[in-house]
Design a protein around this ligand. Structure first.
Ligand SMILES: NC(=O)C1=CN([C@@H]2O[C@H](COP(=O)(O)OP(=O)(O)OC[C@H]3O[C@@H](n4cnc5c(N)ncnc54)[C@H](OP(=O)(O)O)[C@@H]3O)[C@@H](O)[C@H]2O)C=CC1
Ligand SMILES: CC(=O)N[C@@H](CCC(=O)OP(=O)(O)O)C(=O)O
Length: 351
């Protein structure tokens, strides 16, 4: 620490969407100083070369990935690196005494065998999978306090779990009936270009992908199983939408009793009482991705259908903020014992 008020942080993966969003959000954080922005491909260059929107805002050059050097200038590292890269990098960062908040999927699953089945590459050590604390702030916020290693939840799981956990915990919905229909903007796939994120493939198109094979399925199931105390499996379909930011998770479940929309609204308002980043819509009003864009909010609305005895729950987040950089900073605040909204009170950008 430079003084008792300021935490020095480094960002590995500063040239990706998650890293650049961390840089943007941390400009407004009163207790954090960014002391190193790191890239494996562009070290030495000013970050504003690749990101002119940072001109006169961040004047640093990009640093190399060297854990010992990072430990000399920083107390904590955000690893905004791809799956597989984090698995190798995080143990090295912890080894030199750094605190770590990892944005990848590498440390979210507790069972290495399940990780390898879904991610298709070797799992981190069982010891580190055990050590990583899963930082879904509004549910496990107490558990991240004072730890030195947090695994930040996935974007789809954040929207989905916040939408389902209160109803599952209360036993109001049949856990064997869950269907999740999720849609993401293209920034969710990262900055690297690929055929699937190519303009001509995305523009005026809407497509399903990784159906029944998405790596976030076991993450959602792991947490719901933990909350329910019984094994839960889900049907989970992901879609790519021609927009830049945003996730909408639409969830369908059979009701276990005659619960109304008013009941759901009251249940969720109680569950998320005092948690400023979850907002529950009034009856008959459903959230849209633009209503949370650029912010750390997760907004949730409900529709109960007495004809089918099902509830539809609609949850939206900004994938790069609440689904990545914003929740990572919220986790930092909780870890440090600071007010959880410190530096995160952005109003959504509208329109
Ligand atoms: N985009 C999103 O909405 C979300 C992303 N995530 C997760 O966050 C992480 C970052 O995602 P995102 O920013 O979108 O990804 P990007 O592809 O946009 O960026 C990845 C970053 O990692 C760096 N990197 C790549 N290889 C290495 C390496 N070997 N060593 C060090 N750094 C490396 C890249 O920069 P360089 O080549 O310059 O080193 C780049 O800065 C991923 O694990 C992703 O799954 C999680 C939730 C939401
Ligand atoms: C639109 C899009 O492609 N989204 C990505 C989300 C990637 C991501 O956030 O991955 P982790 O949470 O596992 O780190 C995907 O569906 O794989």
């Amino acid at each position: 620490m430079t003084d008792t008020n300021t935490l020095r942080v480094a960002i590995v993966g500063s040239t990706g969407y998650g890293g650049v969003e961390l840089i943007r959000l941390l400009q407004s954080h009163p207790r954090v100083e960014i002391t190193s922005v790191i890239s494996s491909s562009s070290a030495g260059a000013p970050i504003s070369d690749g990101f002119p929107h940072l001109t006169n805002i961040v004047t640093r050059n990009l640093d190399v990935v060297n854990p010992a050097e990072i430990a000399e200038v920083a107390d904590l590292v955000f690893a905004a690196t791809p799956s597989g890269v984090s698995a190798k990098l995080v143990p090295e960062l912890l080894e030199v005494g750094l605190k770590v908040i990892d944005l990848s999927g590498d440390f979210r699953l507790k069972d290495g065998g399940i990780y390898e089945q879904w991610y298709k590459h070797p799992a981190p050590s069982a010891e580190l999978l055990e050590k990583a604390v899963y930082g879904l702030c509004e549910v496990f916020g107490e558990e991240v306090r004072d730890v030195d290693f947090i695994s930040n939840p996935g974007c789809y799981p954040t929207a989905t779990l916040l939408g389902l956990i209160p109803a599952i915990s209360a036993g109001w919905i049949d856990a064997s009936s869950l269907i999740i229909d999720a849609k993401s903007g293209v920034s969710g796939s990262g900055r690297g270009t690929s055929l699937t994120s190519h303009y001509a493939e995305i523009n005026e198109n809407f497509k399903a992908y990784k159906v029944n094979k998405h790596q976030h399925i076991p993450e959602v199931e792991q947490v719901l199983t933990q909350v329910a105390g019984e094994p839960i499996t889900v049907t989970f379909t992901t879609h790519l939408v021609p927009m830049t930011r945003g996730i909408m998770s639409t969830m369908y479940a059979t009701l276990n009793g005659p619960y109304t929309e008013e009941d759901f609204i009251e249940l969720y308002r109680q569950y998320f009482k005092d948690r400023r980043f979850v907002r529950i819509r009034e009856q008959g009003v459903w959230p849209a991705t633009k209503e949370v864009s650029g912010s750390n909010y997760c907004d949730i609305g409900f529709a109960v259908d007495a004809r089918t005895n099902r509830v539809t729950i609609i949850s939206v987040i900004d994938n790069v903020v609440k689904g990545a950089a914003g929740q990572a900073i919220q986790n930092l605040n909780l870890m440090m014992g600071w007010e959880e909204s410190l530096g995160l009170t952005f109003t959504p950008i509208y329109p």
